[in-house]
Design a protein around this ligand. Structure first.
Ligand code: PMP
Length: 445
């Protein structure tokens, strides 16, 4: 039995089901940059970046050194009662890099989910309105508030209702497929119609606190919006005194080639949430927003004992510094363009590639069984993923059939070439019916 196998069998005796979506028997020993090494010594190129939480790569020295230095000074004192310098510095930095030409404030937490819960509280508190609107297919997290705002999987709803009341969902303005898997995307007006119907018939617009968007729906399948939708949505929000919030937990901090993914659109959200890569993978989240909204509630409305942990703060400061020092925003854009050039050839070459989309190094490859109808081919996507895993490349499928291409931004061009070679081999094998031996049942979202 390999070390990985025995570890995984031990894991199954103690770790519970709801905490892991099953993909591969990968038990990690170490990581550096975009490379992971498993407990049996096999190396992999990581195209998942720990669900986009390793934008600066695995164990970069700049970040590990900052962590070690802070651990030796003091590990924690809660911001719920006292002050520390790393928190102050990081708050300032987050205000500087976040979009919006207005006075801002920051609140910290431990996971993307709790940051989104913070947005729910702040939006309700500031507006005095009860309702929150978000999108079908959205993933905002796993706490009760964040999952009530999500609409991506019945497993996030089944058996533990009632959820938090006051949430409505509208269709995401998918640029590739239309609403309800229709093969043609809608227009901005068509996508706004369900919201307008809602406002006319059953949700008074002046009772809506906030609309929450992911600029690119990440776990929902790397879905991009039709041009102009967010701008039109913002106009509708402003008209009705509704706050606009962006969940930038997956798409932020360089993933799409900019500090905030909001920079790709002509919008200025009132509130924004960060998580994942913020502290290089240490637990940390933040809400950044307009001062008057952020200061609307009184303590202890949104605080966590171990939030803004100084070790995480130092990790975050080093992470953001590294993004600047190594110009990882530009790297994300350039490397994204580089891989897209080769991927464009795939679109011409393989009928089962329905769409390749995204920004920077946040890319989705949509695998279909019928290009015209855009029929999702979940099995084919998982076969490709399994072949890649067997050949040293970590990639998963989201939304069933969409390959998630989100490597650490520090990935080298050589590593990108190798990963693309492996994916191309998988596509060739799929074309020739040579991937049918993979046992894929029970895998994936
Ligand atoms: N929002 C988005 C867009 C995410 O992708 C995720 C995680 N997949 C979350 C929120 C939740 O973050 P966490 O798991 O850290 O709570």
């Amino acid at each position: 039995m390999s070390k990985a196998q025995s570890l995984i069998s031990e894991d199954s005796k103690y770790f519970a089901k709801p905490g892991r979506i099953k993909y591969y028997p990968l038990a990690i020993e170490s990581g550096k940059g975009a490379i992971l090494t498993d407990v049996d010594g096999k190396s992999y190129i990581d195209l998942l970046a720990s669900a986009s939480s390793q934008n600066v790569g695995h164990a970069p020295e700049q970040v590990t050194e900052a962590i070690k230095a802070q651990v030796d000074r003091f590990i924690h004192y809660t911001p719920a009662y006292m002050y520390h310098e790393p928190l102050v510095k990081l708050s300032k930095k987050l205000c500087e890099i976040s979009p919006g030409d207005f006075e801002k404030r920051v609140l910290f937490g431990l996971s993307g989910s709790d940051a989104n819960d913070g947005i729910i509280k702040l939006a309700r508190g500031y507006t005095g309105r009860p309702y929150i609107i978000s999108f079908t297919n959205a993933y905002h997290g796993s706490t009760y508030g964040a999952l009530s705002m999500s609409a991506i999987s019945l497993n996030m709803r089944k058996k533990y209702a009632p959820l938090v009341p006051g949430f409505y969902h509208i269709p995401f303005p998918d640029k590739y497929r239309g609403m309800f898997e229709h093969s043609e995307p809608g227009t901005v007006e068509e996508y706004l119609a369900p919201l307008k119907e809602m406002f006319n018939k059953y949700v008074p617009a002046d009772e809506v606190a906030c609309i929450m968007i992911e600029t690119i729906q990440g776990d929902g399948g790397l879905i991009e919006p039709v041009d102009g939708y967010f701008e039109a949505l913002q106009a509708l929000c402003r008209e009705n005194g509704i706050l606009l919030a962006v969940d930038d937990i997956q798409q932020g901090l360089g993933r799409t080639g900019t500090w905030s993914s909001v920079e790709h659109y002509n919008i200025e959200p009132d509130l924004i949430s960060y998580g994942k890569s913020l502290a290089g993978g240490l637990p940390m989240s933040a809400v950044v927003g307009r001062e008057e909204i952020m200061n609307t509630l009184d303590a202890p409305a949104h605080l966590f004992t171990t939030g803004a942990n100084p070790v995480s703060c130092e990790a975050a400061l080093a992470t953001l510094q590294m993004i600047e020092d190594e110009d990882l925003l530009t790297a994300s854009t350039k490397k994204g363009a580089y891989v897209r050039e080769r991927m464009a050839k795939w679109e011409a070459q393989y009928d089962f590639i329905g769409d390749i989309r995204g920004k920077g190094l946040s890319i989705g490859i949509d695998i279909v069984s019928d290009r015209q109808a855009k029929t999702r081919d979940n099995d084919a996507a998982l076969k490709i993923c399994n072949y890649a895993f067997d050949h040293g490349v970590i990639v998963i499928a989201v939304a069933g059939n969409v390959l998630r291409f989100q490597p650490p931004l520090v990935i080298t061009y050589e590593q990108l070439d190798t990963a693309l070679d492996v994916l191309e081999e998988a596509f060739e094998k799929l074309t020739n019916g040579e991937l049918d031996n993979y046992e894929i049942s029970g895998q994936g979202w």
